[in-house]
Design a protein around this ligand. Sequence first.
Ligand SMILES: Nc1ncnc2c1ncn2[C@@H]1O[C@H](COP(=O)(O)OP(=O)(O)OP(=O)(O)O)[C@@H](O)[C@H]1O
Length: 233
Amino acid sequence: MSYILQAKDLKKYYGKEPNLTKALDGVSLNIRQGEFVSIIGTSGSGKSTLLNMLGGLDNPTSGSVVIRGKEIERMNDEQLTVFRRRNIGFIFQDYNLVPVLNVYQNIILPIELDGNKVDREYIDRIIHFLHLEEKLSNLSSNLSGGQQQRVAIARALASKPAIILADEPTGNLDSKTSQDVLRLMKVTCKQFHQTLVMITHNPEIALMADRMIRIEDGRIVRESQTETSGGGR
Ligand SMILES: Nc1ncnc2c1ncn2[C@@H]1O[C@H](COP(=O)(O)OP(=O)(O)OP(=O)(O)O)[C@@H](O)[C@H]1O
């Protein structure tokens, strides 16, 4: 079985004894292409740290991350930046939109950075699903939190990356919008065989994944297939 994303005994320690924090303390994970995995756990359990490591945004203290067979620690900064842009779409808790660009420009930014052609029909579909039609020419800095979150989701989906890493992607949306957005993400991910790894506090949202991983004190304490796995996607 080949995996698209693997973590091998990942550890991330901050500080020194007696103030040592073991943000990640030996996490190993194998994720298949097209799989939708949710990561759930209390505040401070290590979820964001894990997602940052999986996306090559931070270096582990030890252990390794393998994406599409490549050990990302072996890449230099420039190689990693390009590799990330081509393979991974991020949805961050704080959105990371470019404030001086409008909504449409933000959405297509990763595509343009890579010099690729914009699939306008596909982008329009995402925009429609995320109810962003009316906002396309607004500066992203003038949007509400929930609107910015939807732009960040659209941007992550826009370039059809093989892997989407999402940190609380629906944290600012009401429960109905959250479920609608998650359904859209599931449909597009399935259509393009994308792999989705999502952090959430919300058990209902977590259960929409194929597999749910619970993390506590930097360790995986439970893994379970959900009822939606095995064909329900
Ligand atoms: N840069 C840092 N320096 C020191 N400690 C850190 C740093 N980043 C994270 N930590 C610590 O590592 C632990 C895990 O943090 P992390 O942000 O991964 O948790 P989380 O599960 O994502 O929390 P939340 O749900 O609140 O976002 C916490 O104890 C946190 O204080």
